[in-house]
Design a protein around this ligand. Structure first.
Ligand code: ZN
Length: 270
């Protein structure tokens, strides 16, 4: 099954000027209605590579390669047909249609991302609540020792993950999330025994936010050096979180400068 409709491919082939495309890679000289040059696909001193812009194809009498503009890019850039199509559509400013299948997929993906964002919003609220509650007493004391002001705690949206094995999991299941979705969120993990537990336990939590303010992941620092696991534990990559592309940040809209400052503060707290 082709990814693109045939009509789109045919139209693009007409629009994508083969002479213009080939000339970006191969110097050509006019010879009647066609153009000649040294073949880029075999080694030669006398030009036997021909481009026929009126017919939309190229052909080499030396090595026998030939085809349309898509074929040329496939061979020259060593890409597949679909990628050659994308490259040419972009180059000639032709919009790529979404096939039925891919728009279903993208609807499904976007529904999943929305669900994961919602789960993170609830998780961030849960961690904050725990920091203010009795289980968060030691975390609050640690922050005070490090002179982290209440204002900073609020601005960073800091929280605390209690030692409970499944406090967050229970909260999210009660809110109607399916366990399979929660496993994709990275907020809970399945152990080798099959048991499903909260990823973050007995840890100080800082939310990782998109520049729009949505929480998309968490960073977590252990409370006790001997509690097991790494000192710093971050969310895994998920459909809403790619490492290296996001900031530690506040949950409200802020300018870039503020974000940078807050990111620094987030690291200091940790
Ligand atoms: Zn050739």
């Amino acid at each position: 099954m082709g990814l693109f409709p045939q009509q789109f491919i045919d139209d693009l082939r007409l629009q994508a000027n083969i002479l213009q495309v080939v000339q970006e890679y191969v110097p050509l000289k006019r010879a009647g209605t066609s153009y000649k040059g040294n073949c880029p696909f075999h080694n030669e001193k006398t030009p036997s590579f021909n481009v026929h812009p009126d017919k939309g194809f190229f052909h080499c009498f030396g090595c026998g390669v030939g085809g349309d503009v898509f074929k040329f890019l496939e061979l020259h850039e060593k890409v597949g047909f679909q990628d050659a199509v994308r490259m040419l559509a972009q180059k000639f400013g032709v919009a790529i249609p979404e096939s039925e299948g891919s728009s279903d997929d993208s609807r499904r993906d976007s529904a999943l991302r929305e669900t994961l964002l919602k789960a993170h919003e609830i998780a961030a609220a849960y961690f904050k609540e725990q920091l203010s509650a009795p289980p968060g007493a030691r975390a609050r004391a640690q922050l005070a020792e490090r002179s982290v002001a209440a204002e900073t705690i609020a601005q960073l949206g800091l929280g605390f993950a209690p030692s409970s094995r499944d406090g967050l999991k229970t909260r999210l299941l009660k809110q109607g999330f399916h366990q399979s979705v929660l496993l994709q969120s990275g907020l809970i993990v399945q152990r080798e025994s099959g048991e499903v537990v909260d990823r973050f336990r007995n840890r100080l939590i800082v939310p990782i936010c998109r520049d729009t303010g949505s929480v998309i992941a968490f960073g977590a620092r252990q409370m006790d050096p001997d509690q097991g696991g790494p000192k710093y534990l971050n969310s895994p990559e998920t459909p809403i979180y790619s490492k290296g592309r996001t900031l530690y940040g506040p949950q409200s809209h802020q300018g870039a400068d503020t974000q940078r400052r807050v990111r620094g503060a987030g690291r200091g707290v940790f």
